[in-house]
Design a protein around this ligand. Structure first.
Ligand code: CTP
Length: 409
């Protein structure tokens, strides 16, 4: 699995502390984790680590002033753009001076102006001498910044530049990286959820070589599982016959073949899950008798008597306690009426409607076009999107409905 910060844009703000030399390692760790990095420094920080080192490691120019005074064609370094570029901003080492200015909205250098413009989560890793770290005014600054929503990466104890021993040493780069990764994980919207997802077709055996099945590829369910895991959930994916591979470590895959096996797997985890999504195209009928041996052909016709399988989603609706339950409806006519009927009949909180009449929607492709109908029978229609993007939309809606449920309970 790629790192949680892989592909993220990280803006590192360096201030004038002796620990600034360690920022070279921090930038390397971010880059090795797959992040994009830009660095902004206070002018005084350049006495501690060179912009050349940090621009080489970050693969981006390093800025420390609004423009280069020595260059008459100098371009304005736009702090608003830098602040908006970042997914995360980390100020390390963060001196008492810069932290105090951050807490009062002072903006007398590019780093501070960028901090004030940033809309992303901001982390700061203080670095200062023992007595400064414990001074009441510094403590007040820490509290104020945390009240603003900034996250503090506490300093460590050890030998300080002054020769004193105690708290105030900037956290090590590896500790800073771990802190940020863990913090991002803890704040993921589906953290703490256990999500059960059924996906794929089921095969109902006629004999050892033949079956009744359908064209489902399992892609929509697998994308739901990936999205849920990326949003911090623990996922159990009960997957019918499908060639799709699942790599995410937060997804437990239970591979099944028939509707009966899918039902067994669902029963085993349903009561411990918080959200259940039935995306599988479960066979509604199975052969009443399955032959142990391959059936030989004859000249006469060959009737197969079918019987109903268990409706797994309906069972989940009956057994529902705290679970948030989501079903799918694949319709060819009277789409909305049929979907609403299913939502009510199966005691669902949300139903995902896809119409086979929509181009690009349905079983095998990589795209889908859905409408979501909630328990109040309100409908939201979405554009044609990749199944991965559709999965994100579905969880966005689930999260909104869960938040609303908490507020009204
Ligand atoms: N479902 C299930 N178990 C079944 C059949 C369906 O869990 N044995 C779930 C599907 O995963 C999907 C929803 O129920 O979430 C679909 O509902 P269903 O009424 O079966 O839809 P259709 O198969 O389209 O039904 P109909 O043929 O009545 O339209």
């Amino acid at each position: 699995m790629s790192s949680i910060i892989g592909g993220k844009k990280i803006l590192v703000g360096v201030t004038a502390g002796i620990a600034a030399y360690k920022i070279a390692s921090l930038v390397r760790l971010f880059i090795k984790s797959g992040a994009q990095v830009k660095v902004v420094m206070t002018p005084a920080a350049k006495d501690f680590v060179t912009p050349l080192t940090l621009s080489t490691l970050s693969k981006n120019p390093v800025h420390s002033s609004f423009y280069n005074e020595e260059d008459e064609n100098a371009e304005w370094n736009n702090h608003v753009e830098l602040g908006l570029w970042a997914d995360y901003m980390i100020i390390a080492p963060a001196t008492a001076n810069t932290l105090s200015k951050m807490s009062t909205g002072t903006s007398d250098n590019l780093l501070l102006a960028t901090y004030l413009s940033a809309k992303c989560p901001v982390y700061f890793a203080p670095a200062m001498d023992l007595d400064m770290y414990h001074h009441p005014s510094t403590k007040e600054t820490f509290s104020k910044l945390q009240e603003f929503g900034n996250s503090m990466i506490p300093a460590e104890s050890g030998e300080l530049a002054s020769g004193l021993v105690g708290e105030g040493r900037m956290a090590e780069p590896a500790t800073i990286l771990e802190f940020i990764k863990q913090d991002i994980l803890n704040k993921l919207p589906l953290k703490g959820h256990h999500i059960l997802i059924t996906a794929g077709p089921t095969y109902e055996a006629i004999d050892p070589v033949r079956f009744i099945g359908n064209h489902s590829s399992g892609k929509m369910g697998v994308e739901l599982a990936n999205a849920a895991a990326n949003l911090g959930a623990k996922v159990t994916l009960v997957l019918g016959p499908s060639s799709l591979e699942i790599a995410h470590s937060a997804i437990k895959v239970v591979r099944v073949v028939s509707a009966a096996q899918m039902f067994d797997a669902v029963q085993a985890v349903y009561h411990s899950c918080t959200i259940a999504i039935a995306a599988a195209a479960v066979a509604d009928y199975k052969p009443k008798h399955t032959s142990d041996q391959k059936i030989k052909k004859s000249d006469s016709s060959f009737p197969i008597e079918l019987e109903r399988t268990t409706d797994i989603l309906e069972w989940m609706g009956t057994e529902k306690k705290e679970q948030f339950l989501v079903g799918f409806a694949l319709e060819t006519e009277n789409e909305v009426v049929n979907a609403k009927r299913k939502l009510e009949k199966k005691n669902l909180d949300l139903i995902v409607l896809n119409s086979l009449n929509d181009k690009g929607a349905g079983f095998k492709g990589d795209t889908n076009k859905i409408s979501l109908i909630n328990h109040k029978l309100e409908i939201k229609a979405f554009e044609l999107k990749t199944k991965a993007a559709v999965a994100v939309d579905i969880f966005h809606e689930i999260n909104q409905l869960l938040d609303a449920k908490i507020l009204t309970s």
